[in-house]
Structure formats: C-alpha cells, structure tokens
Design a protein around this ligand. Structure first.
Ligand code: FAD
Length: 448
C-alpha cells in the first residue's frame, strides 16, 4: 500500500461491525487503512439462513448517517420496534411504548447483512485493504508492530502501522496485550445466566406470527424470553436464564414441560419439533461484561467496541456504543487534526467512565426486563415519567429515552435518573405530608 503524504497508516484488528465501520470513517479522512480479520470473508459464505438480529438505535444511526449508510440500512432494511410487548403466562399482551411522546422507535436489523454492507462500503475506498484469515497473535503496541497468523497458510506475517485499532471483540487479543502493561485496569465478569437462540417462523407467507413492530418479552422473574422481528417475517428469540435452569432442561420432556408451563403461546408458534431441534443444537452461550481503563497506549494503540466495553445485551447498546466510539474518535480527529498523541488520551478520558456506565446500565436492565416490568411500582414510575416528559420534555428525560434516543453521555443518563428519583421521592413525601395534614385538621379542631 502506497503512503499518502500527511496521512497515517492505520491497522484495524477485527473486521466485525465496529472494525468495518472504523475503516469507512478513517478512509473517508484519507488515511491508509488495513483491516486484519480472523475469520474468512463472510461475504463469500452462504448465509446460514438464520436471521440473527440486533436493535439499532440513535447512537448507532448517527454513526451510520455520517458515512451515508443510514438510509439503506435503517429505512430499507430495518424493522421498526415501537415498544415492548409483554406476554404473560395466560397469553395476555401489554404494550409499553418506548416513546409515546415523540414516537421514536428502535430498529431490528440483520447482523450479517449489516456487516456485509459495512465491509462493502469500506472496500469501496481505494485506500482500504481487507485481509481475511489473519489472526493477531502478538504486538509491540508502542512501536506499532503487529504479528498475524495467516490461517490459510499457517505462516506468520509481520506488519507495522502508525496507529493500531483493536476492534477484535469481547475476547480481544489487543486488550490482553495491553493488560501486560502497568496502570492498565481490567475487570471481566461472566454473569451466571446464559442464552439459547431460537427462531420463530412466520405465520404464513409474508405475515408475522406476532406484532411485527415490537420487541417481545416474556418476563418470568428469574428468566425471560425475548424476540425481535426480522425482515423476512420471522422472529429471532432468546431464552435468557441462569445456568442452573438450563441444567434442568437436558431432555425433550423437561424442555417441553418447561415451555408448556412458562411460554405456552411461544411453544404453539415455534412448534414442539422445531423447539427441541433448535434448543439442543448448541450449548447455552455465556454472557460477559468487560470494564477496563485506559482505552489507549500512547499515541499508537486504541481499543473500541466490545474490545473496550463488552456488555450484557439487555440494553441493546453493545453495537450502538461501539458505533458511537467511532463517531467520537472521528469528532476528535476533526478537533485535533488527526494528531493521535492528543486524540487517544482524550478518547480514554471521555469514554472509559461512560463505557463502565453503560455496562452497569445493561446489567440493571436485565432485572428490569425479566422482573420489574411486571411490578405495579415500576409501571407507576413509567407513568410518572410519561406525564412529566409530555409536560416538560427538555427538562424531564426518562432514562430509557436518554440511552436509546439521545447522545447524552451514559454517566449523565445515570446522574439524571438519580436526580429524578430524588425529586420524585421528595415530591411523594411532601404529597403524603400534605394529605396527612389535610386529614388531620378536623381531628385537631375537634380536639381543641
Ligand atoms: P465483534 O462483533 O465481536 O467483532 C470482532 C471481530 O474481531 C470478529 O469479526 C472477530 O472474528 C475478530 N477477531 C477476534 N479476534 C481477532 C484476532 N486475534 N485477530 C483478528 N481478528 C480478530 N448490541 C446492540 O447494539 N444491539 C443489540 O440488539 C444487541 N444484541 C445482542 C444480543 C446478543 C445475544 C449478544 C451476545 C450481543 C448483542 N449486542 C447487541 C452486542 C453486539 O453484538 C456487540 O456489541 C457487537 O457485535 C460488537 O462489535 P465488535 O465489532 O466490537 O465486536
């Protein structure tokens, strides 16, 4: 690859969603970009037929908009989800809109399709080179030296770059190499819950089996099922449950009686044979959350996306936050004229604590989705949020709205929610006091 004057050579490790997006942004700025991806080119593989989908929201959309891909992805291939549809055991439904005031929705989008579009878009820039079947095995991060295993030939290959971007996912090798350095903090947490993915077929040709504009949830306290609509009228569902529950579901009989007891409506939609076949196809997958600090090494290395802040999927923010990382890096490139010595420390300063905050929010949302959504106190709080948001929309922004439909920093989202809790507690206290005082006056008068 020929060098362009004043422009840097950037190596991106990982050609997943965030790495491919980063390639587009950096090439747009004129940098020379080489992407090294462990897997083979997914565009050459036949689609496995299953639609594994993700919820795309404002932060992710803003990033796609900046490289001109929002329209094709969201408007043409996204399925709008306007709220949660809660299913109780008797099959009763309750819709809770995400935004009953402004009508915002989040979009379900096929993961593979999104990755293909991003890789195609990156490859359209002449200064982008995509190298598949390259696994990063070692690096000298300060010197910008990297070593790959070519999984086609078995040979190792060396490369050099002015900047290394680690977009190599939750089990990032770049992050593991950073962890050998002093003053790098990293904590990983596997939650005691896992998930199994299940597909819900369409009802008949071109018809959804349930409402196609909702994210469906079957909250059952300790565990839950969710499902997101696909463009082909199917749904992709997940059973999220503690591993001790999965341990009890080892036979066909146990699985069917579990679904008859907890998710009878879903069982009817999936069908017994299909459920058994899909459920036992794979072991339950684990869920990991990563908090680390800083996200950079000097002026030569930075980690983004899941490599920096893998999170449990319950706020549907993993990819969205990763996309926002790239948007933020791009904003810093603009501010500091692509001076990495200034950009990378600033990125860590702005992003690390927010990365930790969204990891915490994602953990919290699991409890909300599987349990709190059925509680009266939670629904009352949602009602108050809705009333206040309608009356003073710039002043009272509900937490979910702030996370999904704004670019408010995640720390601010939490701080705002804590302030709201305090205001409501005080408000309810004074209201209770007032009611008590009004009721007590006649007694005091009679007593006098
Ligand atoms: P990845 O997608 O993991 O990509 C990393 C890439 O790096 C891979 O292609 C990998 O092959 C490559 N790689 C790894 N190691 C090496 C190496 N040593 N050398 C070279 N290449 C390497 N997020 C949302 O925003 N919305 C959702 O609705 C949502 N739903 C989810 C549901 C589930 C069940 C799960 C598990 C996650 C969900 N997420 C969601 C999170 C989302 O999937 C991730 O945040 C997103 O995929 C992160 O993208 P990434 O590019 O950082 O990492």
């Amino acid at each position: 690859m020929t060098e362009v004057e004043g422009k840097s050579c950037i190596a991106i490790v990982g050609g997943g969603l965030v790495g491919a997006l980063a390639a587009c942004f950096l090439a747009k700025r004129g940098h020379q970009v080489v992407v090294y991806e462990y897997r083979s080119d997914i565009r050459m593989e036949k689609s496995c037929g299953q639609s594994i989908n993700l919820a795309l929201s404002f932060r992710g959309r803003e990033a796609l908009k900046a490289i001109g891909l929002e329209n094709i992805l969201v408007k043409c291939h996204g399925t709008c989800m306007r709220g949660r549809m809660l299913h109780d055991k008797d099959g009763n439904l309750k819709e809770v809109l995400y935004d009953s005031v402004k009508g915002n929705c989040i979009y379900s989008i096929n993961r593979r399709y999104l990755n293909v579009v991003l890789l195609d878009a990156a490859e359209k820039y002449p200064q982008v080179q995509l190298n598949f079947n390259r696994k990063l095995v070692e690096a000298d991060l300060e010197k910008g030296k990297i070593k790959f295993l070519n999984t086609n030939t078995g040979a190792t290959e060396d490369a050099e770059a002015d900047l290394i971007i680690g977009a190599d996912g939750a089990h990032s090798t770049v992050r593991k190499i950073m962890a050998r350095r002093p003053l790098f903090n990293c904590a990983q947490t596997y939650i005691e819950h896992g998930y199994v993915e299940l597909s819900v077929p369409c009802k008949e040709h071109n018809k959804f089996a349930m409402s196609g504009n909702n994210l469906h949830i079957w909250p059952r306290g300790e565990f839950m099922m969710t499902s997101l609509p696909n463009e082909d009228y199917t749904f992709t569902g997940n059973l999220f449950a503690p591993f001790c529950v999965f341990e009890k579901l080892k036979t066909r009989e146990a699985l069917l009686s579990f679904y008859i007891e907890h998710f009878p409506d879903l069982l009817r939609l999936i069908g017994e044979e299909k459920l058994v076949e899909q459920f036992f196809e794979k072991e339950p997958q684990t869920l990991i959350s990563i908090k680390c600090k800083p996200y950079h090494v000097g002026k030569t290395t930075v980690i983004v996306g899941d490599a920096a802040h893998a999170m449990v999927p319950f706020y549907a923010q993993g990819m969205n936050t990763g996309f926002e990382d790239i948007l933020m890096l791009d904003e810093l490139m603009e501010r500091y004229d692509s001076n990495f010595a200034k950009i990378l420390p600033k990125f860590s300063e702005l992003r690390c604590d927010n990365g930790h905050a969204i990891c915490d929010l994602a953990m919290y949302n699991y409890t909300e989705m599987r349990d709190l959504v059925t509680k009266k106190s939670f629904l009352f709080r949602k009602f108050l949020d809705k009333v206040l948001f309608t009356l003073v929309p710039n002043f009272w922004i509900p937490l979910y709205f702030a996370v999904q439909f704004t670019r408010m920093s995640f720390r601010e989202c939490i701080a705002h929610k804590e302030w709201q809790d305090k205001v409501l507690r005080m408000g309810l206290f004074y209201l209770a006091f007032l009611i008590f005082a009004v009721l007590a006056i006649p007694f005091l008068r009679n007593g006098m």
